[in-house]
Design a binder for this molecule. Structure first.
Ligand code: SAM
Length: 216
């Protein structure tokens, strides 16, 4: 599922027969992680917070944060699939007002492995990745494109920013991958148990020294 045409077919099929676009969420819903995400935003970031959601699809994650966060956010949702971005744009138009009156949410049709052609280096406080790195890691060509994705995410992060990945991959595999692809400190948190599957939040802080954080 690293190919754009496969994702185009996936999102087109999801919308077929529906009278209006709906969200589709990989792994788990916004509600499963909203408490964690909102407190992460409250505790670690200040002022107008710039967030990038790479490979957003039609997930409710960013729209949920936009609606619920009392902080002023500027959220950039990016995906390379036109049907996904078209549906998300419609969902944004129909969404309730943001939790902060000056928050903004914008959608970008672009390649997450070439982010610096869309955004300046050092733009974001937080880059969110829910399932996108997993997709690239599972592609037949090996982990090369996933490594490019991580390094592009780090290039558009501020020096004190964080890359936050949600994944079902075991820490024994994901932590060494992130340490090699990105350097910095990797913190792991078990975020949800759904239908017998454990999901993790991996927080890569490129500005910190490379020490592995505790698994809670
Ligand atoms: C597993 S889905 C996750 C979607 C969404 N984050 C969610 O939680 O439902 C992976 C997403 O990454 C997008 N994607 C894959 N490779 C991409 C790339 N190189 N650039 C931009 N988006 C990409 C796909 O179109 C798809 O929407």
């Amino acid at each position: 599922m690293d190919r754009r045409d496969a994702w185009d077919r996936f999102y087109t099929a999801k919308e077929k027969g529906a009278s209006c676009p709906g969200h589709f969420d990989w792994f788990f819903s916004y509600e499963d992680v909203s408490g964690f995400l909102l407190s992460f935003l409250q505790s670690s970031l200040a002022g107008r917070t710039q967030i990038l959601d790479v490979g957003c699809g039609t997930s409710a994650l960013s729209l949920g944060l936009f609606r619920d966060s009392p902080r002023q956010l500027r959220i950039s949702c990016l995906d390379f699939s036109p049907p996904a971005i078209d549906s998300l744009r419609q969902l944004v138009r129909e969404s309730p007002p943001p939790g902060h009156p000056l928050s903004e949410l914008h959608c970008y049709l672009a390649d997450a492995t070439a982010l610096t052609s869309t955004f300046e280096e050092g733009s974001f406080h937080l880059v969110l990745d829910k399932g996108t790195c997993d997709t690239l890691l599972r592609c037949p060509q090996g982990p090369g494109r996933a490594k490019t994705l991580v390094s592009e995410c780090l290039r558009v992060l501020r020096p004190t920013g964080n890359l936050l990945q949600f994944s079902d991959e075991d820490p024994d595999a994901r932590v060494p991958f992130l340490e090699q692809a990105g350097g910095g400190k990797v913190t792991v948190k078990e975020i949800a148990h759904i239908s017998g599957i454990c999901y993790y939040a991996y927080i890569l802080s490129p500005g910190s020294s490379g020490t592995r954080g505790a698994v809670k």
